[in-house]
Structures are given as structure tokens and as C-alpha cells.
Design a binder for this molecule. Structure first.
Ligand SMILES: [Zn+2]
Length: 366
């Protein structure tokens, strides 16, 4: 299919023979080759209430939701979004919260274009290279700060690069381009971070304006944060990775048992009686944790531009019983229609991760 198209386009170029047309068409060809990875496989959904949209991005309308442990045939992938076969028609889901099952047939082979001689520079020491564009793939090596690598492709937040005669994948924000999560050395590296997705199971937490439960949003945030922290070399433990009930003492004692460097309890707020309430707040129990609360709250506000509801000393069981540096984060109001919509978007969830990680880096640099 693609070769045929190439011939037609080259025909046009010969006819017009104008240089700017050639440049334009070359760009189109490159875009076509990047976006046409085809999978003969299935998407296994890892979370509940994952929005299915009518196009590849959060700007498109939600047409339905899919749930944990369901599988759907994958039609294609584009910019980190997967088009899946539904009972009627197709829809798009973000690749973040699915696993791909079965063998993937990547249609593009030897004829893949190099993206206009683009190269990237590594900004963190020991950045890991993987076999494929996800943390599910094996680590095949690592490279140090300052290394420059030639780029072949950019798909789903990962660069495909040339490394020692091999193709390898690195997350796009671990290199010297816009959107890097940190400004200096990643000080979360080798730290043990216990992330507690608030509520779960029969404890649904707060109820959003949409009727969704807080427990569903907290797990999405926890998983996203884990994903980014692990790329930066942190050792991350989730108190729960499924929709199951856990006692508050159990959550705190996991942080104690793991001797966590930091324990983060993730929550979303709700005040149905004041539907316009919005913004983020951070709670700590021990005076020792006020610095952690301050750095996270500050960086969170910078990254998300959410309203500042401040840091507060409060006796919540989960932070009181944790003997490790701990904070409880209220990451916005799901009772506020527009804030809940923000919280549902993966772009906003990425900003939350970025803010928390920057706050952690700052905390660890003290
Ligand atoms: Zn909560």
C-alpha cells in the first residue's frame, strides 16, 4: 500500500519539480510511515472506566467506557492512542492503561525512514534502553548523560533510536527535548516510593459529578506516577494495583515494612454542596513532613496550574501510622464538573505526575 502511494507522489514531484513541493511531500511520507504501525493483537484493559473516544486524543468525545480485564482487537496505533474494534464500530483509547497481547506485526520494515536526521541527547546518567516502546519490554542496555543517538521513529511517547548497531527505545522526556520531567539529576533514582491509591473495593471514596468513584481516579494516578518514577530509576510499590479493599493501617504498615523513602497517599476531593470548589491541597501529620508537603504542593501547582488550597497539618490515620516521610494529596475536586473532566484526561494526569516527581526531586535534594 505504502509503496504504491510513494510512486504516485513521486510522479507528482516529477511533474511539478518545485523544491518546496518536494520538501512538503517528503514530510507527508514520513508522517505516514510513523503512524502506520499495525498490530495483529489485542488490548487488555488494565483499569476500570477507561474512556473510549471517537478519535486519538482527549479532545475527542467520549463514546463509551471499557473496563478492567476486557480485551479488544487492536486496529491500529497513532501517537500513543489505540483504535479498538467495538461491537459496533471502532473507538480510541490511550495506550497508557492497557497491555498488548499477542504478536504484533509491525508493517514497517527495512524501508522505514529516519526522521529527517533527528538526534536526541541523553540528559540523565544510566538512562535505560528497551527492546520495545513500553516499560513492559526488556532493558537491553543503558546510556549516560551527553550521549547523542540517531532517531528513527517517535511513537507513543518513545523514541526508537540507533544504539550499538541495534534499534532501542527510550522514553521521549528522558532526552534533551521539550517536556523533560526534571531539570537536573533524577534524585528519585534508587529511592523506594510507596504509592497508595486511596480507597478501593467496597470503599469507593468520593463520588464525582459524573457519578464515577474516587477509587477509580486514584488508581489511574498511582499507575501513571509509578510508570514515570520507574523510568527515572525509582523503586515503586503500590498499596493496591486493582480495585480491592485495603485497611488504612495496612497501607501505612506497607510503607513502614518497605522502609519507604516516601509514602504518598493519592486522593481526590468532593464537596457536592459546593460544586464550584476546586484546587489541590496537601496534608501531613508529622512536623518532619512539612518540607515534603511544601515541595510537592508547590511543584504540583506549577505543573498543573490548579488552584492552591494550601498545605495542612491533619491527623489522617494513613499518614499518622506511617513512620516514613508521608503526605496525603488531594489532587482536585471531582464534584466540580470541569475539574473532574480535567482529571479524566491523560494530559492532566501527566501534569500531576510531573508535578509530584519534581516535588520529590526537590525534597530529595535537601
Ligand atoms: Zn479520598
Amino acid at each position: 500500500m505504502r509503496r504504491y502511494l510513494v510512486k504516485i507522489l513521486w510522479g507528482n514531484i516529477m511533474l511539478t519539480s518545485k523544491k518546496y513541493v518536494l520538501t512538503l511531500i517528503t514530510s507527508i511520507l514520513i508522517i505516514l510511515s510513523i503512524s502506520s504501525i499495525v498490530y495483529a493483537s489485542e488490548a487488555l484493559i488494565n483499569v476500570n472506566n477507561l474512556n473510549v473516544r471517537n478519535g486519538p486524543g482527549t479532545d475527542f468525545d467520549t463514546i463509551m467506557q471499557v473496563h478492567e480485564e476486557e480485551t479488544y482487537e487492536i486496529i491500529r496505533e497513532q501517537n500513543g492512542w489505540i483504535e479498538i474494534q467495538l461491537e459496533q464500530g471502532t473507538g480510541w483509547i490511550t495506550k497508557e492503561f492497557i497491555s498488548i497481547q499477542g504478536t504484533e506485526t509491525v508493517e514497517q520494515g527495512e524501508d522505514k525512514n529516519i526522521i529527517s536526521n533527528q538526534s536526541v541527547t541523553i540528559i540523565h546518567d544510566k538512562t535505560t534502553l528497551r527492546e520495545g516502546p513500553s516499560t513492559d519490554y526488556e532493558i537491553i542496555g543503558n546510556v549516560n548523560q551527553g550521549t547523542t543517538l540517531e532517531v528513527f521513529d517517535h511513537v507513543g511517547g518513545w523514541y526508537e533510536v540507533q544504539w550499538n548497531e541495534e534499534r532501542a527505545y527510550i522514553p521521549d522526556w528522558s532526552v534533551g527535548t521539550d517536556g523533560s520531567l526534571t531539570n537536573g539529576a533524577p534524585s528519585v533514582k534508587d529511592k523506594t516510593i510507596v504509592i497508595d491509591a486511596g480507597h478501593g473495593g467496597r470503599d469507593v471514596g468520593a463520588i464525582g459529578a459524573s457519578g464515577n468513584f474516587e477509587k477509580e481516579y486514584t488508581i489511574i494516578t498511582a499507575q501513571k506516577l509509578k510508570y514515570y518514577l520507574e523510568i527515572l530509576g525509582a523503586n515503586v510499590i503500590l498499596t493496591r494495583s486493582h480495585d480491592n479493599y485495603l485497611s488504612l493501617s495496612g497501607r501505612a504498615s506497607l510503607a513502614n515494612a518497605m522502609n519507604a523513602d516516601v509514602f504518598l497517599s493519592i486522593h481526590y476531593n468532593s464537596t457536592p454542596q459546593f460544586p464550584s470548589a476546586k484546587g489541590a491541597s496537601t496534608y501531613y501529620y508529622s512536623e518532619r513532613d512539612s518540607i515534603l508537603a511544601t515541595t510537592i504542593q508547590e511543584e504540583l501547582l506549577k505543573a498543573t496550574t490548579m488552584d492552591d488550597r494550601g498545605i495542612h497539618q491533619e491527623s489522617f490515620q494513613v499518614t499518622r501510622e506511617s513512620h516514613r516521610p508521608s503526605v496525603l494529596l488531594e489532587l482536585g475536586f471531582i464534584s466540580n464538573i470541569s475539574e473532574e473532566q480535567n482529571i479524566q484526561s491523560s494530559v492532566f494526569q501527566e501534569k500531576i505526575s510531573k508535578g509530584i516527581i519534581n516535588g520529590l526531586n526537590e525534597f530529595f535534594s535537601y
